[in-house]
Structures are given as C-alpha cells and as structure tokens.
Design a protein around this ligand. Structure first.
Ligand code: GLU
Length: 318
C-alpha cells in the first residue's frame, strides 16, 4: 500500500467499524465516562516523515485514562533514567489492571507500569520529581502534541476522585510496603488528574510518535529524549501489557505495541514509520475499545504494518 492510499483506507475503516459503535459498553465505574456519546469514532495516522491522515472524530478530545500511563512512564524515564526499573517491573501481571491481591502477595511489588499499582508508583516518581507533576505532564503533552488545547477534564477528574476506592486501597497497600514515598493523598490526587487528561486521537498519535523513532530519525518534542533501549522497553511493555488481559490476543491478531484506556482510545506504535490512534468510547469485555481495536486490526491488515510476518501487504512511504 502507498502512503497516498491511506486517507481512503482510514475512511473505509471508519465505515466498516460503524456497526460496532453501538455494541460496546461504557465504563460506568467512573460515572462521568458513562455519560459519553458512544456513537463516536476517530482515527489518526501520523508518520515520522510528517504526514498526518485523519478520519471521523480524529480531532475530538476524549478522556485518555490509562493512555496517560504511557506518557507518565515516558516522562519519568526521561527524568529518572533506568533507575526507574528498580521501582517497577516489566512483567505482565495476568490479572485485572486494578488487582489488589497480587500486590499484597508480592509485598507491594508493581509488576509493570501499565497496571494501576505500577502506574501509581510512576506517579509517585513524578511527584518526587516535579512540584506540580500533573502540570509537568500537561505541558509535556502540549509540547509533544503541538497543541495548547490538551487539557485536564475537571468533571472526569472529580468523578474518578470521588469513586477511586480500589486505587486508594492499592495506594495504601503500596505505602504500607514502603513502595511509594509521597503521601497516598498526593499520589492518588495526581493519578486522578493524569487519567483525566483529555486529548484527541491526533494529539495522542503525535505525542507517542517519539516511540516510533529508529536511529537516524528523531522528531522534536520533550518525550524524544529516550534512548533506543528505553524506547524498546516501553514498546515491549506496550506489546505485552498495553491492552489489559487481552494483550496476548492483540499481539497475535495485530502485532503492534499498543496502549489502551477505558476512555476508548488505543494508540499503536509502528517502529520506523509512525503511530496510529483510534478512539471509540464503547468497550469490549476486556476493557478495550471494541471499534478502535478492530480499526487498528484492519489498518495493520491492509497496510501490512505489523510485526507479524504473515501479511503479504507492504507499506511504502512514496
Ligand atoms: N483511571 C482509570 C482507573 O484507574 C484508568 C483505567 C484504564 O483506563 O485502564 O481505574
């Protein structure tokens, strides 16, 4: 497939996934997310050589939720370096993202940065690094997205803050094992703010773009300061842990490093090429967006942009 054919492809994908939009479920455990219009779909493909292709509601902001775990990890790695891995692991948990028992059984060890225990530890690191960590993340994302409209949705933030009992329990457990240094209140508050970041598919794809960098190609942006080894670690974690307990299935079906959030966004990194982000609020049983997941699957199938060797399709920038 030629790059010039991608706009037509994204529009075809938007049509193909339309029947799925009404089928997904909204995540009612954060009440504000349960009030979103399900019938929305957006997709953005952004390349290292500067192309941007959009379809549907690609510029509509939505709650990025756990996609913030990816950006928080990138910022923490950039600031703290590889010492970060002494605080959080790189193993899949095989458990729901908000699991408590495993954290207790493993003496407060956080298996990876994409489950809530690990994300709370990363937030703790940011709290120790910045006076106003959520603003540091916000500024970083405004810069990497090239868009000052990236923001924190206060209604979503309070909605989660009022109901985040499991996350509070996880944070207290981590604290009891000495795994977080700041107060539980500070970490929880910051975590809820970062989850309430609101971005469009286009802004997310632009902000994840540094992860697609291979040697010799380096986009500007605050998150571009990761070493090749750090980018590899982050993308490997996306592949193995980025889509909840469906990560194995996504890896086998799509074969791209991805991170999803319960706001319905999924961003995928295509090393050496770029990033694709799709969004639709309705979730499947695993907590991943039904339509966004299928859209990225169709994208990988049609372009051949995937680590899976089975595709006969190839993508050419010219
Ligand atoms: N703020 C959500 C939580 O901690 C994020 C969940 C997600 O997107 O995976 O429950």
């Amino acid at each position: 497939m030629l790059a010039a054919e991608v706009p037509g492809l994204l529009n075809r994908i938007a049509n193909q996934v339309r029947p799925l939009l009404s089928q997904g479920r909204l995540p009612k455990y954060i009440p504000q997310l349960g009030r979103v219009n399900k019938l929305q779909f957006g997709m953005a493909f952004v390349t290292l050589d500067g192309q941007e292709v959009l379809a549907g509601d690609a510029e509509t902001p939505f709650s990025i939720q756990s996609i913030s775990k990816l950006f928080a990890l990138m910022l923490a790695l950039e600031r703290v370096g590889d010492d970060l891995w002494s605080r959080v692991g790189k193993e899949p948990s095989g458990m729901p993202f908000n699991e408590l028992v495993q954290v207790d059984q493993e003496a407060g060890a956080a298996r990876n940065p994409f489950i809530n225990a690990g994300a709370l530890v990363i937030t703790d690191v940011l709290c120790s690094t910045f006076a106003q960590p959520e603003l540091a993340l916000l500024q970083t994302l405004r810069q990497s997205a090239g868009d000052e409209r990236v923001d924190i949705d206060q209604a979503v933030m309070w909605s989660e803050r009022d109901t985040c009992h499991r996350n509070a329990a996880i944070a207290h457990l981590l604290k009891s094992y000495g795994r977080i240094k700041n107060s539980v209140h500070t970490v929880l508050d910051t975590y809820c703010r970062q989850c309430a970041l609101t971005m469009s598919s286009l802004q997310i794809a632009r902000s994840a773009l540094p992860l697609a960098t291979i040697e010799g190609l380096s986009p500007d942006g605050a998150c571009a300061k990761l070493s090749a080894a750090q980018r590899h670690s982050v993308t490997a974690l996306m592949l193995t842990c980025g889509t909840y307990n469906a990560a194995g299935d996504f890896a086998a079906r799509i074969g791209l490093p991805m991170k999803s959030g319960v706001g319905g966004g999924i961003v995928a990194v295509i090393p050496g090429i770029g990033c694709v982000c799709a969004w639709s609020p309705g979730l499947d049983d695993t907590g991943n967006s039904l339509a966004a997941g299928r859209a990225i699957e169709l994208f990988a199938e049609h372009t051949g942009l995937s680590v899976l060797g089975s595709s006969t399709k190839t993508y050419s920038a010219q």
